[in-house]
Design a protein around this ligand. Structure first.
Ligand code: AMP
Ligand code: ZN
Ligand code: FE
Ligand code: FE
Length: 287
């Protein structure tokens, strides 16, 4: 688990995490956290559940999402915070993402069948429990049918980016993702930029309304964290961070998260300033 009392990047069973929103809220309360955001891939279906679970507790749940987008073959993840997640136009866009993910998962299953693997689409659906379908669900299905020995083997042998059964996702551009989040009052933040490692994309996105950089992430070295913090300051952007938790055993991130920096209280304060239409100032908290 991430140090400190703030974690703004968490996945639940509503996308491809292993824990329910209620379980996540319970664990974070036990660990003494003050703010969390559940940022499921392309869905907001876990937010109300987390808000309800955290009601009358010391934990504040910030509505969040992580949208996948693509530009020039680069996978760009855009986090959104504090959007009005009941906004109808927003929900329509999200539903479209979900349909597209279903079509794609069906294609991947067909590819696996052509490779001689006896796996049913229904098995994947059962495992996903209504969540937007992702490769992790397909990996779980392959594991449950004993067609692979480990979760990771599914990616290495079949469904990884270079795997023989891989299919690309439906993508919007990062600019569209930013607009989707902005239109319903949210704060768009670029997720784990060191993984992307294309800083000129970030600079371009600032013009389209990007408001923050996730400098603090388990896949970022301390040097990269500092580098992106400086970049955020240079462009007047918000600095955010989170553990990208998907549940125990889901990735190596859990182990890495304990080594990463804590998310400062200033992040929450700056988000509130942005919501009120203000600008982030460097001097705040230093004077
Ligand atoms: P999707 O959004 O359906 O393309 O699935 C992406 C998710 O699959 C990532 O967030 C990871 O959780 C997981 N994933 C992708 N590649 C790998 C890999 N090589 N090994 C393990 N998990 C992976
Ligand atoms: Zn994920
Ligand atoms: Fe991501
Ligand atoms: Fe994530």
């Amino acid at each position: 688990m991430i140090r400190g009392t703030i974690d703004l990047h968490i996945h639940s069973v509503c996308s491809d995490g292993l824990d329910t929103p209620e379980e996540i809220v319970d664990v974070y309360i036990q660990e003494g956290f003050k703010y969390i955001s559940i940022t499921d891939h392309d869905t907001v279906s876990g937010i109300q559940r987390a808000l309800d679970a955290a009601c009358h507790t010391t934990l504040e749940v910030i509505p969040g999402i992580e949208l996948s987008s693509i530009i020039d073959f680069y996978d760009v993840h855009i986090l959104g915070y504090y959007m009005d997640f009941n906004n109808e136009e927003f929900l329509e866009r999200i539903a479209f993402f979900k349909d597209k993910r279903r079509d794609r998962a069906e294609k991947i299953v067909k590819n696996l069948n052509l490779l001689g693997l006896d796996i049913q689409f229904d098995t994947v659906l059962r495992i996903a429990h209504g969540a937007p379908l992702g490769r992790p669900h397909i990996a779980e299905a392959l594991l449950s049918e004993e067609l692979v020995n480990t979760y990771n083997e599914a990616f290495v042998r079949y469904i990884g980016d270079q795997g023989p059964a891989y299919e690309p996702k439906y993508y919007v551009t990062p600019r569209e993702a930013i607009e989707i989040i902005r239109k319903c009052g949210g704060i768009p933040v670029i997720a784990h930029p060191a993984v992307l490692n294309q800083d000129e994309i970030i600079v371009e996105l600032v013009e389209y309304g990007l408001a923050g950089i996730e400098a603090i992430h388990p896949l970022h070295t301390p040097e990269k964290q500092l580098y992106y913090e400086e970049m955020a300051k240079k462009y007047g952007l918000l600095i955010t961070g989170g553990s990208d938790w998907h549940g125990r055993g889901r990735s190596s991130m859990a182990r890495l998260a304990s080594n990463m920096g804590a998310v400062p209280q200033k992040t929450i304060h700056d988000m509130e300033v942005l919501l009120e239409g203000g600008k982030i100032s460097d001097e705040r908290f230093t004077g």
